[in-house]
Design a protein around this ligand. Structure first.
Ligand code: ADP
Ligand code: MG
Length: 394
């Protein structure tokens, strides 16, 4: 079987490596180049089916590279996707004017990237009958048919969810008809007294457990009738979990802890290590990667747990009392980190009983006896944001 070959050009080796890994997991052959000259050589010698290109190259402007490639009759129609950290409209237009076929702004998730790659390849094959169609999984197919990754609808859509636990002869109604919509990029806090159903709701959203009745769609996909295996796949791809207890393994280095989810997903060791290092860098712990939990502070341990939750590039971070076991100073650091991740595009749902912590979220819901009794955009947060914006403008 012919596999499509994709050249990834990014000056940052970790990023190039990560993108290659995503593409390989989606069934493509991937190779990488880190500057324009090597990229051009690779295009000529390897004849890739598609190029994913970061325009900021050390030796030349990547857009110039596209012009050169397009000027060569052999490569006029080579599909090219621009990958830009600047996420600017100008970049996009320039890239598309220069002849790129699509554009992906960072931060992107692996799902979006592979969906776009699939879409471009499929368009290309349609135009060039006789070429091999791209390898696609069913769900990528679904996304592509809409022409865009499915970012338009809400990320989480819950309708009339109930959960009843059977405790011997006694039934515990942990959730009694919860409906909730969470959009991409939201930061939601869930509050409520002990026993009100917060953790149960988080476990449902995190696909760790099934509801008794009701509907839960994530990214539009109904989950209530999925097999265990599909649920686990979906959870691996979409969700990162952080708990009050860090749940780290003793005597295992930070890098290895973070790498483990990838190891279980079947990633080769070298690639897993690179991705783990990247996730640890994201949480500010690159220099502590070889330390074990007992050599770290509580705040550092929770940051390792966050890196582990993020290593698969999930679209949703679920945090159940993430600062519950930390003193207020380190708790603040962890919350600042979650703020940063949210600012970079991660959707966050966090359980807390602390109103000061909840203020970080743009939206707060309150649970009582398994029902939502309040759902508010957080006024104080808006006030703070407005004040900060004014401050920056002055
Ligand atoms: N696995 C379980 N088996 C039986 N009852 C449970 C289980 N998990 C939670 N419950 C019950 O469901 C209710 C909600 O619990 P939980 O979601 O943990 O609340 P919270 O996180 O808000 O403290 C409580 O009455 C709790 O005892
Ligand atoms: Mg709880």
């Amino acid at each position: 079987m012919d596999r499509h070959k994709i050249l990834v050009v990014d000056h940052d080796k970790d990023t190039a490596h990560y993108i290659c890994r995503c593409l390989e997991m989606a069934g493509y052959d991937a190779l990488q180049a880190h500057d324009g000259e090597t990229a051009l050589q690779a295009i000529r010698s390897e004849k890739p089916d598609l190029v994913v290109l970061e325009p900021l190259l050390p030796d030349q402007d990547g857009l110039e590279l596209i012009r050169t490639v397009r000027a060569d009759p052999c490569f006029v129609r080579l599909p090219i996707i621009i990958l830009s950290a600047r996420a600017s409209e100008a970049d996009k237009r320039l890239g598309l004017d220069t002849g790129a076929d699509d554009y992906v702004a960072k931060p992107f998730n692996s799902h979006e990237l592979t969906a776009r790659v699939g879409a471009v390849l499929r368009r290309y094959c349609r135009k060039n009958a006789g070429t091999t169609p791209p390898i696609l999984t069913e769900e990528e197919d679904g996304i592509m048919d809409q022409g865009q990754p499915n970012e338009k609808g809400p990320l989480v859509q819950i309708e009339d969810l109930t959960k009843v636990y059977q405790m011997g002869a006694v039934q515990v109604h942990a959730l009694r008809g919860v409906s909730l919509v969470v959009k991409h990029g939201e930061y939601l806090a869930i509050m409520g007294a002990s026993g009100s159903g917060k953790s149960t709701l988080m476990n449902m959203i995190g696909l760790l457990d099934r509801p008794t009745s009701g509907s839960y769609r994530i990214r539009g996909e109904e989950t209530s009738r999925l097999s265990k295996r599909r649920l686990a796949d979906l959870r691996k791809r979409e969700i990162g979990f952080v708990f009050q207890q860090f749940n780290l393994l003793p005597r295992v280095s930070a890098r290895r802890q973070v790498e483990l989810p990838l190891f279980y997903a079947g990633a080769p060791r070298g690639q897993g290590q690179a991705m783990a290092t990247r996730a640890l860098t994201l949480v500010g712990l690159a220099d502590r990667a070889d330390h074990r939990p007992d050599e770290m502070s509580g705040g550092e341990q929770q940051r390792v747990a966050i890196a582990r939750a993020l290593v698969n590039q999930p679209s949703l971070l679920l945090a159940d009392e993430p600062t519950g076991a930390l003193d207020s100073q380190t708790g603040t650091e962890v919350l600042d980190l979650i703020d940063q991740l949210h600012a970079q595009g991660l959707t966050v749902i966090m359980v807390t009983h602390d109103p000061i912590v909840a203020q970080r979220a743009a939206r707060v819901i309150v649970l009582k006896d398994g029902k939502i009794t309040s759902d508010k955009q957080n006024g104080k947060r808006l006030v703070r944001l407005v004040m900060e914006a004014n401050h920056e403008n002055n």
